[in-house]
Design a protein around this ligand. Sequence first.
Ligand code: ADP
Ligand code: MG
Length: 683
Amino acid sequence: MKNKNNYDYLLADLTKLNGVGKKTMEILKKKKVNNIFDLLWRLPKSYTDRTLVSKICDLQIGVIQTIRIVPLKYQFPRVRNLPNRVNCIDETGTIDCIFFNSHEGYVRKILPLNEEITISGKISNYKGRYQITNPTYISQDSSLIENIDNKYSLTEGITEKTYNKIINQILKNLPILTEWHDKDILKTFNNESWNEFIIKLHDPKNIENFKSDFYKRLAYDEILASFLVNSEIRKKIKKIKKVSKNFSGNAHNNIISKLDFTLTSDQKISLNDINKDLNSKSKMFRLLQGDVGSGKTIVALISSLSVVTSGFQVALMAPTEILARQHYSLAKELFPKNIKFELLSSKSENSEKKRIVKGLENNEIQMVFGTHAIFQKKIIFANLGYIIIDEQHKFGVRQRKLLSDKGGDNCDVLLMSATPIPRTLTMSVYGDMDVSIIKEKPSNRKEVKTYSKLENKIDDVINFVKKEIKEGNQIFWVCPLIEESKKLDHQSSITKYKFLNEIFPNKVALLHGKIDNEEKEEILNKFLNKKYSILVSTTIIEVGIDFPNANVIIIENANKFGLSQLHQLRGRVGRGTKQASCILMFKSNLSVNAKKRINILKNSNDGFEISEEDMKLRGFGDLLGFKQSGIKNFRLADPIQNEDLFLMAEKQIKKIELENIDIKKYKALLKLYDQADIINDMV
Ligand code: ADP
Ligand code: MG
């Protein structure tokens, strides 16, 4: 019987299914299949057609075929390791069924003499006789065999047969869900239901039929669900009432007067967005997105000072200590003397830490800088009103929500990220937040000049480096990324370090993954203070650190990196006023496609544009940071192939928000596709 209007079946535990016990369930759980719904998205890769019944005389060796045979004679050898054998016939010839590791009783039972049996399996030839070894498909009821079996990418411990049985069982019992889409949307997908489309999705004839309506609708469902959840989180946060921050423009002007540059108009617009939110009676949950070097820090500091003058505390969290320290030092230059702010560092003396913790608790300290350590349980803020998180692209929606909750209702939240993402993805990655974007670079910036060089031209590169060092500039030397092996990565950076150190004695520092955090910070600090001219490193030159004196970045084996990643690396230089350069090195001549990619990079300094192109060239899963970013991985939807669906979903969300449409009608969609607690308080 079908379950009417009931999605509970789909969310049920796998053991609900006939033929799935604890063991199978555990195996599938390891593959992140937790319930029946999850199983629906493991799609057939190909299929085996067992519907065609052959005669023995027509059999082909090496092919899976179905035949109807009559067992004539058993051969049960008394010698260990020899297989049991059953001679069988049809009216056109003979074939042997071979069973290794089998009991006599079992063979007698499944192949009773003189009965017609249907079997299916791969046919082989042994000493001129047809044979079929350990056939799994044997039955007196031919209808059980003469089917089309889908081939799924299987998991060890589950046979194709079992798997097909499970899937067929689910497809047969699919509940009829109440349609969640409006008529006009349904029309675009040929008015068919989710239910019908799921069945089509598993129809072997439809394998990889990405352009079909069923595929598109199911992808659209998925996109809309993800956008809806984000939009609901956003609405929910915006409904939180808070005490508004009251401040004059004094703090702002005070800082501006100390700067030797003027803010770009995007910086001003962003500050305006932020101030409006801070002044309002609703909680702020905003993302400040801006390419590397676009000047987000100053926006954060100006708004922080404003909040401090309104009587609330501020916490600024950076991903690393060195970055936290850098922000803190900038505040030291810019904040008025009477403001009490501290850096909470793991290196501080215990007594110092205690003093800061106490100061935050009794409201004597107005602002604190630090890493995630500032959100430890033992740290209690007397009156926290503003949290800023720098370089947060590794946080997913749920982590952000947690953080926002943790600050309390009165606490505004600003996240800053330098990871530009393609437009189609904005709603899935940041749809839970309001977004301000700094597109414009400070006007004093010269674009970083980007060159490509073959590795055998290293002498030219060395000469160039010599010249730069003479002019007092510093150089980043990024060693090849060796994906296959961390050990090789490590070795190659050491080799490069030795090589460069011979040419530039005492001027080279080395950073690699095996150096612990403390030492790493020390090296970076020394480099920042110009104790070295060249910093050799494996990929990770800390995000966000401002090295105004670093003017050249050399990236070896550049074709191993994604464009966005190269752009981020390139953004480490060119922060001062001098002309900066980025040299991309290659092992061999570039392919046409690789040239295309490098040209995009040479011709554009716009991270958003580059991320679009990068996504088109590499697919979205590979984009910088996505794997760690917490971005939901779509099961069917593809941001490149289905751009239209993403835009359509965006439009639908706007409509839902604008017309205040009750999202209860999407309850089943959300419950199924998101399966998270957040949904429970929404619908
Ligand atoms: P990011 O957005 O990558 O965090 P930063 O805030 O570190 O960038 O800024 C990079 C550099 O640009 C800093 O040295 C900063 O002082 C400088 N800067 C910021 N805004 C401007 C501006 N409007 N004009 C000139 N330089 C600026
Ligand atoms: Mg920054």
